[in-house]
Design a protein around this ligand. Sequence first.
Ligand SMILES: Cc1cc2nc3c(=O)[nH]c(=O)nc-3n(C[C@H](O)[C@H](O)[C@H](O)COP(=O)(O)OP(=O)(O)OC[C@H]3O[C@@H](n4cnc5c(N)ncnc54)[C@H](O)[C@@H]3O)c2cc1C
Length: 462
Amino acid sequence: MTDTKMWAADPFWGLGYEWDPQWLLTPSQKALQARLIDLCQTTLRDNAVESDKKLLFPRKNFEALASLGLLGLNVPKAWGGLGENHVCAAMVVETIARYGCPSTAMCYTMHIGAVAAALFRSHDNPTLQNLLKRLDRDVFIGTLSYSDPETGSHFWYPISSGAERVGDGWKVRKKASWTTSAGFADWYIVQTTSPDFGGDYSDLSCFLILKDEVKTEPSKWDGLGLRGNQSGTLEVDNVTVSGDRLVGPVGDGSRSNDETVDPFFMLCSSACWNGISLGLIDIARRHTTSKRHADVGMRVCDYPTIQDYVGEAVIDTNTSRAFTFQMGRAMDDVTNDCDWSIHRDLACLPRAKMLHWMWQVKFAAAKNVAHVSDKMLHACGGTGYKPALGIERYLRDGKAGWVMGPTNEVLRQFVGKAVLLGFESLDYWNQAVNERILHNELKKLDKDAKKALAEKLLSEAK
Ligand SMILES: Cc1cc2nc3c(=O)[nH]c(=O)nc-3n(C[C@H](O)[C@H](O)[C@H](O)COP(=O)(O)OP(=O)(O)OC[C@H]3O[C@@H](n4cnc5c(N)ncnc54)[C@H](O)[C@@H]3O)c2cc1C
């Protein structure tokens, strides 16, 4: 591998390696990155245009990724995977989004999250082990189905779901409002309330569900950006599955969220937003250095205003990348470089202790891509407004960052509330009573209203 970033036979036309944090990567990760950039050049980037225009699921891009062994990126080498770590996962997603296809990067993010949830509880489960061994060979694509139509972006609250014990197996029902790759993925990790759930929504369980067990409506999918990601509705309609389809013990859902699904989703989706930001800067560099104004004899890049736009975009994006990779490294440090065998001890949850850091990472990356896409559009002027340059598609794709759960509104409130009132105040499952509000409202009632309320409460309590 040379120190010059290549694009086919020529030096890359965007930002070179001198603007990438290459010192974080091992020699083999750098070699993988160079091979992946080549694959983006030959295959992924052209398919991205087609996926966007035709709302096409990027299966062809997944086949290309499988040729590099990337579907089993974090799967142990003993099971045929690449045995890679969190830093590498962030690098791979960023590279796909930047040089190749953001829709593919998002579908791949969900695949990596689903693989992590399966690896976490695969130790005594041959069904999960077999699945993890065939990811690249069979281009066996996974995804996560969490968001519920009744609770919107509160994806940790699956109110329209449930499961019950049936003989040696489980009967599972799930309604999801959004599921990336819905109808196109081969396997799904779905979250439901637990079998024998008694009204406590923190009692969650995860199940492995296969393609022929879900009902989806791909023809109804449409969206502003990430149009290839096919995040449509999904239903598991009282499907009976065998006992080994339970991922982890009954009631393991919130541990699975905090230790795998949330950390991997926030790491990889942040890398996707950073990759889109870089993709926009690359295009703006190429365009502004080649477009010339005949009257003043200057190129667009010669105007200090444009230099300021690009300078600020690079600084802000590298701030977000530095944060994303730093947290990838921090998770590598606490997991022996993403060694899944530590989870033979079911109580070993080192990533979960860093969740509040991952909230900050996702907020920063999603906020940055919105700003950078705006400024790179401004830098490219009317030409950027037209689809042909590519800015317009990246801008639409980047818009998903802010609204994808956990949304940026929710995240900044989590952080502010936790800082000011403590983590216990977050109350994900709406269980803690806010005595301050309660007493303040009761103060407003007159004697008769208090009496009527007291009688109503007493009869309810009976
Ligand atoms: C491209 C894309 C792909 C997706 N893929 C998946 C997937 O693979 N799997 C999956 O499970 N889900 C997926 N989702 C769903 C996503 O995670 C959210 O659940 C979904 O975007 C929520 O949309 P909604 O209309 O229900 O928003 P709502 O929840 O109705 O939100 C509306 C507004 O209210 C705000 N809001 C909500 N709660 C609070 C609060 N407590 N405090 C302050 N403000 C609040 C929101 O931030 C937002 O501004 C995907 C979404 C998108 C856009």
